[in-house]
Design a protein around this ligand. Structure first.
Ligand SMILES: [Zn+2]
Length: 162
């Protein structure tokens, strides 16, 4: 069974786990799916580790300015949503921040067979890239990552949570 088939055939159980993780780590998806999940740096490591344990790979990272203090030059980006958990709002940044690249072949391997080790390797690469960027001199206080989950296109947020 390949990765996407595995997720689709267990979607109810797995989506519930993802929803619980979103709440636990105060991660805020911008739309009605599982892309652009804005996650505070203090929670991002826990969130990624939990995604790994659920068996969900991350497929890209984009960046948002967490705009809560205009004295620091914010907003750096375009418009965006109010934060559900934090003071202020998020402003979408362009591609001026290095995206963490995962080779397409890593995802092609997932398409051959579900493998927790492969999911773990992808997510560790993402996490290491985030940590590295957060320690670089280009990092700004307001830079906030948003994770895109590698899940079936038809997955939408669950409306009812228990
Ligand atoms: Zn900013």
């Amino acid at each position: 069974m390949d990765y996407m088939e595995y997720l689709s055939s267990n979607s109810e159980v797995i989506q519930c786990k993802v929803e619980n993780a979103l709440e636990k780590y105060r991660a805020e998806p911008v739309g009605d799916g599982y892309i652009d999940i804005i996650t505070d740096f203090q929670f991002v490591e826990g969130f990624i580790l939990e995604l790994t344990s659920i068996g969900i790979a991350i497929n890209r990272v984009t960046w948002w300015c967490h705009c809560y203090n205009e004295k620091k030059g914010c907003p750096h980006g375009m418009g965006g949503p109010q934060s559900q958990y934090n003071e202020g709002w998020y402003s979408e940044l362009g591609n001026d921040i290095d995206v963490i690249e995962i080779s397409q072949s890593s995802y092609e391997l997932l398409e051959q067979e579900v493998s927790l080790d492969r999911v773990k390797a992808i997510n560790e690469t993402i996490l290491n890239g985030l940590i590295k960027y957060s320690k670089s001199e280009r990092f700004r206080d307001c830079d906030t990552p948003a994770l895109w989950l590698h899940v079936p296109d038809e997955w939408k947020r669950l409306n009812t949570m228990k």
